[in-house]
Design a protein around this ligand. Structure first.
Ligand code: KIV
Length: 279
């Protein structure tokens, strides 16, 4: 089934921009049709993050994401949602070389998914790319602080904002993203007081992850939030459910019932007396 939202029924990037300083903006990542359907009534924004490369595809870093991967998941999330603002991450290698490359990649992602906006990582170094995409009429979400696409270069997942020099760089990045026209900016893995100050310093709504409750909104990776992540869960994650346990328990009970021939039972088979044509 394809669900077709009317173009104006969704929350859009300008709606998000207007939420600066207001009721916190609720964001989660989503990568699939069923999860998008479940989350859509509860959130303002769904991010098809390049974390999908790690979370669903088992890559070691987000560098495993490709434009095709992001587009396929973006299409699934668009099919599964009618209300939330859908933002698709631009994968590493699709935008850094030049503003022209960034604009062409953003046009392709929006053209093939119908998403409301794209996200890219970087501050001062990517301001020209953000401005070029915005000039195409495509809203951009920035991403500063800990930038997962740069962890190999940075030597690991390191918290930002611990030194005066780094704090000054974060302020320059935030100002550059604001000036380039981003409608919002993710602040990831940054000292709480610094993230709070950045939020007060710029007019662009900030979306925190491992940052501060004072940010204008919050985001978590959905698989972390529902407790299905099987590898390391970062300190900043709060697990609101334990789906690892639910799935392991269901699998164990199914396995036992298959082995004992208790499944399929009378309700799950077709007999001449009770069968209809439909499953
Ligand atoms: O890729 C992603 O999931 C992200 C969020 C963690 C912000 O960038």
């Amino acid at each position: 089934m394809t669900r077709k939202p009317s173009a104006d029924s969704r929350i859009n990037a300008e709606d998000i921009r207007r939420r600066k300083g207001g009721v916190p903006i609720v964001c989660l990542t989503a990568y699939t049709y069923p999860v998008a359907r479940l989350l859509d009534p509860h959130v303002d924004l769904l991010l098809v993050g390049d974390s999908v490369a790690m979370v669903l595809h088992g890559h070691a870093t987000t560098l495993g994401a490709s434009p095709e991967m992001m587009i396929a998941h973006g299409q699934a999330v668009m099919r599964g949602s009618t209300r939330a603002c859908v933002v698709v991450d631009m994968p590493a290698g699709s935008y850094e070389d030049s503003p022209e490359q960034a604009a062409a990649s953003a046009r392709r992602i929006v053209g093939e998914t119908g998403c409301q906006a794209v996200k890219l990582e970087g501050g001062v170094d990517m301001a020209a790319q953000i401005a070029a995409i915005v000039a195409e009429g495509i809203p951009v979400m920035g991403h500063i602080g800990l930038q997962p696409q740069s962890v190999e270069k940075d030597g690991g997942y390191r918290i930002k904002g611990r030194t005066e020099e780094n704090i000054a760089a974060l302020f320059r990045d935030a100002e550059a993203v604001e000036k380039a026209g981003a409608f919002s900016v993710v602040i990831e893995g940054t000292m709480e007081a610094v993230a709070a100050k950045l939020t007060r310093h710029i007019s662009t709504p900030t979306i925190g992850i491992g940052a501060s409750a004072d940010c204008d909104g919050q985001i978590l990776v959905i698989d972390d939030m529902v407790g299905i992540t099987v590898d390391r869960v970062p300190k900043f994650v709060k697990e609101y459910a334990n789906l690892r346990g639910v799935i392991a328990d269901a699998a164990a009970r199914y396995a036992a019932e298959v082995r004992s021939r208790a499944f399929p039972g009378p309700d799950h088979i077709f007999t001449t007396a009770s069968s209809k044509d439909e499953t």
